[in-house]
Design a protein around this ligand. Structure first.
Ligand SMILES: Nc1ncnc2c1ncn2[C@@H]1O[C@H](COP(=O)(O)OP(=O)(O)OP(=O)(O)O)[C@@H](O)[C@H]1O
Ligand SMILES: [Mg+2]
Length: 250
């Protein structure tokens, strides 16, 4: 949601796809944003949105992942960016999106437990063994993409919910991720701290990039300013095309 709004605030036309059929959190977030616009009269930037429920189990003639492939192709016309939110589990819709994406952004909680989906670590040496369940999925979709389109995938991994403490887990995560990035083929972005501000905005349908709007006058606390810096840093790190000069708008 934050990436989509950042892009819109930079003047890009954005299409969003929610692919988590069970939780539909991105859709709920966007619904809340529509309500905020209706109630406040403030014209917040909005994406053209696809609810996961439109990709029917079967419409008789095509499978859901084929319907998604067509919709993603269509969304490219008339939009500068297509942002798709994938579920945490392995689904055909998510695989299709992984295969079609130019850029994959993977936030992982800052914990060795969550790292297990990228690589299985040795408990003594902390060296990576087999690729984890998610890294294997990415590898497979990357291969398919290469075969079908001859295009590579830029994969960015970032740590989320970083604590302020420099504990052993945190230092270990940094080192392990650095090692893994070469092996699995991703870039490591700076990441996001654990902040209350990220949890507060969902019901209001807002992001940290919207809080300058006078109607939503929010005290620019240190945490909110820092959150905005983190967002800007992530967008910069994504190396998106056509960004020149626009970063100042968010
Ligand atoms: N950096 C953060 N600081 C505080 N809260 C956060 C942070 N990142 C995420 N959250 C909160 O954690 C919850 C889950 O976040 P999010 O929806 O981004 O996770 P997810 O990885 O997409 O989950 P899922 O795998 O279930 O789709 C939300 O309540 C969100 O507001
Ligand atoms: Mg999610």
């Amino acid at each position: 949601m934050h990436v989509a709004v950042a892009l819109m605030r930079m003047g890009f036309r954005v299409a969003t796809f929610d692919l988590d059929r069970r939780q539909r959190s991105l859709t709920r977030y966007i619904n809340n944003r529509e309500t905020a616009v209706r109630r406040s009269g403030v014209a917040l930037p909005q994406s053209t949105h696809w609810d996961p429920l439109v990709f029917a189990i079967s419409d008789g003639s095509s499978r859901p992942e084929e319907q998604l492939a067509i919709a993603l192709q269509q969304a490219r016309d008339g939009h500068d960016f297509v942002v798709a939110d994938c579920p945490g589990n392995d689904t055909l819709l998510a695989r299709q999106a992984h295969m079609m994406a130019d850029l994959l952004v993977t936030p992982i909680n800052d914990s060795l437990v969550d790292l297990d989906v990228l690589a299985e670590l040795d408990g003594e040496t902390y060296r990576a063994g087999r690729p984890g369940i998610y890294a294997r999925t990415v590898w497979e979709q990357r291969q398919l993409r290469l075969e079908h389109t001859h295009k590579g995938l830029d994969w960015v991994v970032l740590r989320n919910r970083l604590s302020n403490l420099a504990d052993r887990n945190k230092l270990m995560m940094a080192e392990v991720l650095k090692d893994l990035s070469g092996e699995l083929g991703f870039r490591v972005a700076a990441g996001f701290a654990e902040r209350v501000v990220y949890r507060q905005l969902f019901l209001a349908g807002l992001t940290v990039m919207d809080l300058d709007e006078p109607a939503f006058a929010v005290e620019p606390t240190k945490s909110y300013v820092a959150a905005r810096d983190e967002m800007r840093e992530l967008i910069r790190f994504l190396w998106l095309p056509g960004l020149d000069g626009r970063l100042e708008r968010i």
